[in-house]
Design a binder for this molecule. Structure first.
Ligand code: GCW
Length: 682
C-alpha cells in the first residue's frame, strides 16, 4: 500500500540491522501479558502486532512462560512472575503511570520485563519497549525506569461541531458527530494508540471558542462513545464549557457565577456528564477573551468563574483548565501586559482543582516569543503550559518546522521567580512551588488528512509535544532522533541529515518571517503569509503596525521604561536584561526595543542591513533543506519523498514572498538600499 504516513511513528517495519534483528529474535521468543483488562488487552495486542512486524515473524502470545526467553508485561496484581520479582521499592518510584523495563534471570530463564503499578503504566511501558526496538537499542540488559513529570498531558482540539477546525490545516475534525455514537471509526482507535504511545492522557474534543450544544444530552451520548473508545488507552475526555451555556441551553436568564441558580445548573450538568462518562476529565475554558462570554460580563472575576465550574466537577474528581489568554482592545495597555495584569492579583484565589493555562508567550503563538511573564508570577496557582502544535503563525501545513526547539527554548528560560534556576520547566512540573496538579496542553495539528497532520513532518510536532509533556527536560535533539528512526529509518546518514534539517528549521522560519524579535506581522485574520502593512482595522491590536511600529526613524516595540514597561513584569534579573538593549538577546531585540535603522547590531551591520540579510538567510536555509532532502531520493519511499519535496518547493516560494514583501514594505520607511547578497524581488 501507499506510504501515506497514516501509520505515524508506529510503523513496526522489520528491523533492518541483521545483528540487531538476530538479537531481538533471540530475546523475545514469546509474549506473556497475563490478565484481561481492556488496557492489558491493548498492551498485549500492540506488543504482538509491533513485535511481529519488527521481528519479521509472528511472535506467539502465551498464557504462561514456556520459552527460555520471554517478554512479560504486567503489574504485581496481574502477573505472578512480576510479583515474585519483588519490585516493590522500585515500583514505588514510578507512580501511577510510570513503568520499569528490566532484564531478569530466574531459574535458568531470561525474562524481559515491563512492570508497572497500573495497567496504563504497563501500556506506556510497552510502547517504550517497542520504541527501543524501533530505534535499534540494546535490550539485553535493561534497567530503566520512567514516570511522567506532569500529570495532565492534554491535546486541545479547536474542533467545531460542524467538523471545521479553527486553525486546523490537516483536513476536517476527526470527530464524526453525525455517525456517533453508533459508528466507531478505526481512526479513533489509531488516534488513541498514537497518543498512548507518547503518554498523552487527555483530549479536549472541542474548540475553546465553544458551542454550548456539546453539553446537551444528544451530544453527550456521542462524547461518551468517544470516551469509551479512548478509555483503554488511558486517554481521558474533556470538553470546553461555554460560559453562557446556562442561558443558551439551560433556559436561565443569566450565567452569573455567583447566582445560585447558575451554580446549581452547572452542578446538575456536571452530574449528568459524569453519569455518561464516569472518568470525565473536566472543563477547559476561554472566557472574556476575543468576544467569548465570561464572568466579567457580570462584574465577577476569572477566579469566580473558574471556581464555580471547579465546584461543579470537584465531587467527581474533575479539574478546570482556565485560560489566561485574555486581552482587550478597549484597554490602552500594551497587549503583552494584559494577561499578567488580570491574573497575577488572583493568585491564591483559585480552588485546588483549577489550573491556569498560559500560552508560552504573552502575545499569541508567534514564531518566537520571550516566555510569558506569568510563569513564576503566581506561586500559589498551578500553571499549565499551552503550546500550539498547529502552525497557525508558522506557515500552517506547508512549512517544515520542527517546533520542539522553540518549546525547549521556553522551558529552559530562567524566570528567577525563586532565585536563579527557577526555569519555566520547573514551574510547569510543579517542583518550583510544590504543586501536584501539573500539566501541559498542546493545540492539536490533527485532522482527517491521510497523514493526520497535513505535512509529513507535522507528525514530529505531535510526537514531540507528547514526549515533552511527559518530560519537559528532554532535548529537542533526542526527540527528533527517536522520531526520525521510528518514522523513516535508522540509517545513520539519513538520521543525521534529517536531524539537521529539523533542528535548524525553526530558526530558518524565524529568519524569513519575523527575525530579530519582530512579531504579529502576518496576513490579516488568517495569519497566512506576510502582512506588515495591516492597519486601519476595527481593533488596533489586530493590526501589524501596532506591533512593529516602523517609521522613518526606526522600528520595534519599546517595552522598556521609556515605552510600555512590560519588562517590569519579569523578575529583576530578567527585567534588567530585557530592559537593556545591550543585554537583550538579538532574537528579542525588536520585541523589547524601538531602534533606529542604522543601529549597530552585534555583527557590526546596521539594523536595516542585518534584517534584510536575515530574511535572505531564511530563504537560503530553505534552499539548503531542499538540497538535503533531494539528496535523499531513493532512501525514502517515493510517496513521502515526493510529498515533502513539493512542500519544500512551496516553502521556498513562501520564504521568498515573506522576504520580498516585508523588505519592500519596511524599505518605504528605512529608505535604504538592500545590502549586497539580498536578492531583489523579480
Ligand atoms: O491564536 C489565536 C487564534 C484564535 C484562537 C485564539 C485563542 C481559538 O487566532 O483562532 O481562538 O488565539 O487561543 O483563543
Amino acid at each position: 500500500y501507499a506510504e501515506d504516513g497514516y501509520r505515524l511513528w508506529l510503523r513496526y517495519d522489520q528491523v533492518q540491522d541483521p545483528a540487531k534483528l538476530k538479537a531481538y529474535r533471540q530475546a523475545i521468543q514469546e509474549v506473556v501479558v497475563p490478565g484481561n483488562s481492556p488496557t492489558l488487552s491493548v498492551a498485549q495486542q500492540e506488543l504482538k502486532m509491533g513485535l511481529s512486524g519488527l521481528l519479521g515473524k509472528p511472535v506467539p502470545v502465551s498464557q504462561k512462560p514456556s520459552q527460555r526467553n520471554t517478554l512479560v508485561a504486567g503489574t504485581p496484581a496481574s502477573s505472578a512472575l512480576i510479583k515474585d520479582l519483588g519490585l516493590g521499592d522500585k515500583l514505588k518510584t514510578v507512580g501511577d503511570e510510570g513503568y520499569l523495563l528490566l532484564t531478569a534471570n530466574k531459574k535458568g530463564k531470561k525474562y524481559t520485563v515491563i512492570a508497572a503499578n497500573t495497567d496504563i503504566g504497563v501500556l506506556y511501558g510497552s510502547y517504550h519497549f517497542l520504541r527501543l526496538l524501533q530505534t535499534q537499542q540494546d535490550i539485553s540488559k535493561l534497567s530503566l525506569a520512567s514516570a511522567p513529570k506532569t500529570k495532565h498531558r492534554v491535546l486541545n482540539h479547536w474542533d467545531n461541531l460542524d467538523r471545521t477546525v479553527e486553525r486546523g490545516y490537516a483536513g476536517f475534525s476527526l470527530w464524526d458527530w453525525h455517525k456517533l455514537p453508533t459508528y466507531i471509526d478505526q481512526r479513533y482507535i489509531d488516534y488513541a494508540r498514537a497518543n498512548a504511545s507518547i503518554g498523552i492522557n487527555g483530549t479536549v474534543l472541542t474548540n475553546v471558542n465553544a458551542n454550548a450544544l456539546v453539553l446537551t444530552e444528544e451530544y453527550l451520548k456521542k462524547v461518551k462513545a468517544l470516551a469509551d473508545a479512548f478509555r483503554p488507552y488511558g486517554l481521558k475526555v474533556y470538553l470546553t464549557a461555554r460560559f453562557s451555556a446556562p442561558i443558551e441551553i439551560g433556559g436561565l436568564e443569566t450565567a452569573d457565577p455567583l447566582d445560585p441558580k447558575v451554580q446549581a445548573w452547572w452542578k446538575k450538568k456536571s452530574d449528568e456528564i459524569y453519569s455518561y462518562i464516569p472518568d470525565f476529565g473536566g472543563f477547559l475554558v476561554k472566557a472574556n477573551s476575543e468576544g467569548q462570554p465570561g464572568p466579567q460580563n457580570y462584574g465577577r472575576s476569572h477566579a469566580d468563574g473558574a471556581n464555580m465550574l471547579a465546584d461543579a466537577v470537584a465531587p467527581h474528581g474533575g479539574i478546570v483548565m482556565w485560560r489566561a489568554f485574555v486581552y482587550s482592545n478597549e484597554e490602552p495597555e500594551d497587549r503583552a501586559k494584559q494577561a499578567y495584569n488580570e491574573f497575577k492579583p488572583l493568585d491564591g484565589q483559585f480552588r485546588d482543582n483549577v489550573m491556569v493555562q498560559v500560552k508560552n508567550g504573552a502575545i499569541d503563538f508567534q514564531p518566537r516569543e520571550p516566555f510569558h511573564p506569568l510563569f513564576g508570577a503566581m506561586p500559589k496557582t498551578p500553571i499549565m503550559m499551552e503550546f500550539q502544535i498547529t502552525q497557525e503563525y508558522l506557515g500552517q501545513a506547508t512549512n517544515l518546522v520542527y517546533l520542539a526547539p522553540m518549546w525547549e527554548e521556553v522551558l529552559d528560560e530562567d524566570t528567577y521567580a525563586e532565585g536563579e534556576g527557577s526555569t519555566v520547566a520547573k514551574v510547569i512540573d510543579g517542583t518550583l512551588n510544590g504543586h501536584r496538579l501539573t500539566g501541559m496542553a498542546g493545540v492539536a495539528n490533527i485532522g482527517t488528512d491521510r497523514n493526520w497532520t497535513g505535512h509529513q513532518f507535522g507528525q514530529a510536532n505531535w510526537y514531540a509535544f507528547g514526549r515533552m509533556a511527559w518530560n519537559p527536560y528532554l532535548s529537542s535533539e533526542e526527540i527528533a532522533e527517536e522520531w526520525i528512526k521510528m518514522t523513516f529509518s535508522n540509517q545513520e546518514e539519513l538520521v543525521e541529515k534529517l536531524e539537521d534539517m529539523m533542528l535548524n528549521s525553526h530558526e530558518t522560519l524565524v529568519n524569513y518571517m519575523t527575525p530579530l524579535g519582530l512579531h504579529h506581522i502576518m496576513g490579516w485574520s488568517h495569519h497566512y503569509g506576510p502582512g506588515p502593512w495591516i492597519k486601519d482595522k476595527h481593533r488596533a491590536d489586530w493590526t501589524s503596525v501596532y506591533y512593529h511600529r516602523a517609521d522613518e526613524k526606526g522600528i520595534g516595540f519599546d517595552r522598556t521604561k521609556t515605552g510600555s514597561n512590560a519588562v517590569a513584569q519579569y523578575f529583576p534579573p530578567v527585567a534588567e536584561k530585557y530592559g537593556n538593549v545591550e543585554k537583550t538577546p538579538e532574537k528579542y531585540l525588536l520585541w523589547f526595543h524601538h531602534l533606529p535603522w542604522d543601529y549597530k547590531v552585534k555583527s557590526g551591520r546596521t539594523l536595516w542591513d542585518e534584517m534584510a540579510l536575515r530574511y535572505q538567510g531564511g530563504v537560503d536555509s530553505v534552499r539548503q533543506m531542499q538540497q538535503t532532502w533531494n539528496a535523499l531520493e531513493g532512501k525514502i519511499d517515493p510517496e513521502r519523498f515526493k510529498h515533502v519535496q513539493t512542500f519544500l518547493e512551496i516553502q521556498e516560494q513562501e520564504a521568498e514572498w515573506w522576504r520580498d514583501a516585508v523588505l519592500l514594505y519596511f524599505q518605504t520607511f528605512s529608505k535604504r538600499p538592500l545590502p549586497e547578497g539580498v536578492e531583489k524581488p523579480e
